[in-house]
Design a protein around this ligand. Sequence first.
Ligand code: ZN
Length: 417
Amino acid sequence: MNFPKYSMGIGDRFAHQGKAQLAAFVRAKALGVDVTPVWNKSNREHNIVHSEPASVRAEADAAVRSLNWTGAYFVDADHIGLQTVDRFIAASDFFTIDVADFIGKAADDATLADFVAHYSRYAVAPLRVPGIEGAFQVTVQQIDAIGRKYLRAVIEAGKVYRHIEAAKGRDGFVPEISMDETDSPQTPVELLFILGAIAREQIPVRTIAPKFTGRFNKGVDYVGDLAQFEREFNDDLAVIAFAIKEFGLPADLKLSVHSGSDKFSIYPAIRRAIRRSGAGLHIKTAGTTWLEELIGLALAGGEGLRIAKDVYAQALARFDELCGPYASVIDIDKSNLPAPGDVANWTGDQYAATLRHDQANPRYNAHFRQLLHVGFKVAAQMGERYTDALQEYEPVIAATVTENLFDRHMKRVFLDD
Ligand SMILES: [Zn+2]
């Protein structure tokens, strides 16, 4: 299955913004840049809003029909495992196989010994990877340690891959392997031997999502050392190109950046790296679009603004419940959250300016934004009150959704000079 060089994961909680999102890709295409849309929705998200994977397929197909999109597009079963994959099989043609839970679990001794013996050839002499300055002094102990940490996870990925392959055929889907939802980032050397393990497991992986250095909090900018990120990102690209040749992995294997929305400060580094290396890229966004829905509702005024304010008031009242599942990917200082009584008096413009990710605007509040990011459960529980408002105020919401995706995301990652 052909999977184009540049792709972007998109998605929205309530399956109403398919067209508005696709419109951003239409704009990029008109400017000569082909980016492939991949509608993603995780199992966790489906469970929170009580939706089924078929609704994502329906949303994507309808958007493609209505905008006459003739390019490729995909529907991603995001962060699935053996326990959760089945309900995604029919609707999806991209599978993000998440094996982070198996990192650090032991593979059996014979399999580990076999892995170490196979790759100990890289410990004989300094290992040079084209594109990376200097050489890695890899030791057998290091390969053993990487095997102990990651081999079991890759074996699990193989099980999930073959489970999907049995249903859809080898050419019927794009497999991604994700290891981003874990505590410590993978180094380029770890990534190299993880890819070695994936090759031995015979998974024709097309995108790999490591955990990068720094914090990738939901809906807000990157926090970390920009120079270190850039070095690591470039090294990861070099390692992937090397692994493709060394291990016979698919020639179009590319990096996948998860929680990629709103990471404005690292976009220039990513753009430079893919331009310089000629590598492909998959970058996932989704939550950012739900926040644009709220911005659009606020700007629309009337019932739209009332809903936006209610979502905030309820999210604040349910702070612990809503933030709990996302604790490792948000940093909210409660003392920086506005009082609901104040918010109640805001105009739509004030609400939008506080929420919109424009760091140059003095009203912008990253704490407010992160709380609302995890507050979509409140909107889900509003049921038709919320989705009726999405219909009623569609034009203003669609404009904010498209503008955010195109101007603040796609343009900065793929187009700007
Ligand atoms: Zn992820």
